[in-house]
Write a protein of this length. Sequence first.
Length: 139
Amino acid sequence: MGSRGPFRPALVLGTLLSLTVGGCGWWHVPTFFGPKPSSLEVVARTNRLVLTLSADDVVNIMLGIGFTPQQVLELGEGLRNALMLSGAAEIRLGKRQVQAIFRVESDDYIWIATHRGDIYVYDARLHRFGLRQPQNQGG
């Protein structure tokens, strides 16, 4: 019995540490390579019209429809490239769940539909959401 005495505190300490660390789970272990990328991705779609957006427009659009700043950083360049080269894009969560659809329309408009059922129109010429007011033709 005397030989077990010095190991008992180490055993108790080891048990407490394993319970504490085990309860935290692996997701609490700090990462040294930055935050984990989201599972969202940009998928280019075909459209007849294309449009080159400024970085400010991409940020305004994505934040305006509910994406987080981190998602804007991760997905913004892909969305800009897809609209510039293909004219339409989807942002997907996994392979099947579409979060948002973007399509370039005439007069520098971008039509956006989200998975929540919201529809947005972004005016790239005026750098804001909404349709332009018609010009009076006079007469």
